[in-house]
Write a protein that binds this ligand. Structure first.
Ligand SMILES: Cc1cc2nc3c(=O)[nH]c(=O)nc-3n(C[C@H](O)[C@H](O)[C@H](O)COP(=O)(O)OP(=O)(O)OC[C@H]3O[C@@H](n4cnc5c(N)ncnc54)[C@H](O)[C@@H]3O)c2cc1C
Length: 309
């Protein structure tokens, strides 16, 4: 099986990877971007993006992904369709294995493999994603003006986002599987004081129902009691999972959640390896930061390569 060497390899073609690709291609670096699916990443799961600058009317996720890809290709982005299944970062030449059996090697590596929202795994969730099921209140809250929505979760993100949603929704019902929240006390106090938020405790969602959009949730209390709740939207905020299965997590000093810590230049614990976008250990996961970090990562790679020679 063939091994191909490049000065810089970028793994992942979401907003972080595509921006890194744009910067690397435009800087005429010898580079390769490896993506296992469609270029665009999670942006392709997003119906509409209202908060990416430069598009005053908003833009569909699909179109933004297309535009980012086209912009990088205008500078001759070199990309490969491939699934990276493992990496060896123990020597200055980094080695990557692809599912096809081919290998790649590089002097500098940018990891932009992103993340995926943790789902409930209940009937109706998949079918109604983008039609009332959302994993991002920051992104989708304005679509629920004057409506009733449910938030699932009990951590800081869920409780803070429930409060954020009250700026738009008429009513927010926070459903938590335990009898108390995990969010910090100050966040909880604000939520309890907010008259637009009510709480359903000790309860799991067992199904999400609706024809063309979310209409109701089926609920199961831990005491065995079943009920339904009529809502127009459900925000599932029970965390995100890193796409890290192919990464040497110990070498990269991954945090407890499996995300990769970096310094502010996106440099990881391994010299010559940068991480950008949702795979990074951080609080805010949005297209704008992913793109910004992708650009930073290429500049960090250029600095690393200059110091090598
Ligand atoms: C439903 C939803 C709505 C959202 N709405 C908004 C919004 O309105 N505004 C906003 O700013 N943000 C929004 N976000 C968040 C935003 O999409 C992410 O922050 C952003 O896409 C992160 O970009 P990324 O490049 O870091 O990762 P990703 O977009 O996750 O891209 C990672 C890429 O890496 C690829 N990859 C993973 N593993 C491998 C491998 N082993 N080999 C090769 N390729 C691999 C994946 O296929 C993927 O294409 C939303 C997210 C979701 C889920």
């Amino acid at each position: 099986m063939a091994t191909t060497h490049h000065t810089l390899i970028i793994v992942g073609g979401g907003p972080a990877g595509l921006t890194a690709g744009l910067y690397a291609a435009r800087a005429r670096m010898d580079h390769l971007l490896v993506e296992k699916g469609a270029e665009g990443g999670q942006v392709l799961l997003t119906d509409w993006i209202d908060n990416y600058p430069g598009f005053p009317e908003g833009i569909s996720g699909f179109e933004l992904a297309e535009k980012m890809t086209a912009q990088a290709k205008r500078f001759e982005l070199n990309s490969l369709f491939g699934n990276v299944v493992s990496m060896d970062l123990s020597s200055p030449i980094k080695r990557l294995e692809l599912e096809s059996g081919d290998s790649l090697s590089c002097d500098a590596l940018i990891i932009t493999t992103g993340a995926r929202p943790r789902g409930l795994g209940v009937p109706g969730e998949k079918e109604l994603t983008g039609k009332g099921v959302s994993y991002c209140a920051t992104c989708d809250a304005p679509f629920y003006r004057n409506l009733h929505v449910a938030v699932i979760g009990g951590g800081n993100t869920a409780v803070q986002e429930a409060a954020h949603l009250t700026k738009f929704a008429d009513k927010v019902t926070l459903i938590h599987r335990r009898d108390e929240l995990r969010a910090t006390k100050i966040v909880q106090e604000k939520a309890f004081a907010n008259t637009k938020i009510d709480f359903i405790w000790d309860t799991n969602v067992t199904a999400i129902e609706g024809k063309d959009g979310v209409e109701q949730l089926r609920l199961l209390n831990t005491n065995g009691e079943e009920s339904t709740l009529q809502v127009e939207g459900i925000f599932i905020l029970i965390g995100v999972m890193p796409n890290n299965e192919m990464l040497p997590l110990t070498d990269l000093a991954a945090d407890q959640g499996g995300f990769i810590p970096t310094d502010c230049e996106t440099r990881t614990a391994v010299p010559g390896v940068m991480a950008a976008g949702d795979i990074r250990s951080k609080e805010v996961r949005q297209v704008i930061n992913a793109a910004g970090e992708g650009a930073t990562a290429v500049l960090a790679a250029e600095n690393y390569l200059t110091n090598l020679s």
